[in-house]
Write a protein that binds this ligand. Structure first.
Ligand SMILES: [Zn+2]
Length: 301
């Protein structure tokens, strides 16, 4: 299954999609110790040359990215993610209805039946997270918020019922995301995917033991607050992701993203933390396996 990435969702600021360079950056020098991409969407096509999901995984491995969490955003992509994870040892899956889907599904009377199907998928052994769910006050207005919050709360319950991680999409909604987690009770392993907060939110995450997954945005020139948050975050709570095909790290911002480009973000993390790259990679791998379990463990952990 392939979906075309929406041009406005590429994370560029102010650059029209027609000016984007759609060629793929070269594979970077491999990381010295393999890590995992905590959040990617292999079903989305972007770029002039198509990268088949299996080719994308092979290329990631060649760059020192030994596995990924493939993330669904609706029923179709969640089913596909679960299937890919069941058939490929390099993949674990996350399943959910994206927060920007929830208001539409609610209006069409489909929200609760779709949530039931997400709950069924979440019980599969290689589905190790519920996500991406959360709140998006950037793209959803006041009228959609009640449905979005209801959907988020149900996803939290599904994660807890299955004893798996939660991957949160939080866009312009830090306070309400935190309030919802505290009201409903956060799952034991809760991840802020594409962490977009500052040092203040990092301290809140530290206090509650919530994970912060840093994406390519943490390499952007205009993101010193994200890098400050990284230096504040407890090291055992730090993860890394691409959110591919979106949010390509520097120096390739705006070009098509894929898990093989994660090393650019990881190298920048090591620089920001002023730590040896080996140490950062080793810790990212350990943290990731603590959240999702082992990639190569069969079907029953
Ligand atoms: Zn995503």
């Amino acid at each position: 299954m392939r979906k075309r990435a929406a041009p406005q969702a590429t994370g560029g600021t102010g650059k029209g999609s027609q000016t984007r360079d759609l060629t793929r950056p070269a594979t970077p020098e491999p990381l010295p110790i393999p890590v995992y991409d905590n959040h990617a969407h292999l079903e989305f096509e972007d770029g002039v040359d198509q990268l088949d999901p299996l080719d994308s995984l092979a290329r990631a491995v060649s760059a020192g990215v030994r596995g990924i969490v493939q993330v669904g955003t609706d029923l179709e992509t969640s089913r596909w993610s679960a299937q890919l994870a069941a058939s490929d040892p390099r993949v674990l899956a996350a399943v959910a209805l994206h927060p920007n889907e929830a208001p539409r599904l609610f209006a069409e009377g489909l929200l609760s039946s779709h949530l039931s199907e997400i709950a069924r998928l979440a019980a599969q052994p290689r589905v190790r997270a519920v996500g991406e769910t959360g709140l998006d006050f950037f793209r959803t207005g006041e009228d959609g918020r009640a449905a979005q919050i209801e959907s988020f709360e149900t996803h939290i319950e599904i994660a807890k019922a299955n004893g798996i991680a939660l991957q949160i999409h939080d866009r312009d909604a830090h306070d309400e995301v935190v309030a919802t987690l505290l009201r409903v009770g956060a799952p034991e392993r809760t991840v802020f995917h594409c962490f977009s907060g500052d040092a203040r939110l990092a301290r809140v995450c530290n206090e509650h033991g919530w994970y912060m997954s840093f994406s390519g945005t943490s390499t952007f020139k205009n993101a010193p607050a994200l890098r400050e948050a990284l230096t504040v975050a407890r090291p055992e709570l730090v993860l890394a992701e691409t959110d591919a095909p979106f949010l390509t790290p520097e120096p390739f911002r705006g070009r098509p993203n894929a898990p093989y480009l994660l090393p650019h973000t990881v190298r920048r993390m090591a620089e920001t933390l002023d730590e040896p790259l080996d140490d950062v990679c080793a810790r990212l791998a350990v943290n990731t396996e603590r959240v999702y379990g082992a990639w190569d463990a069969g079907d029953d952990d």
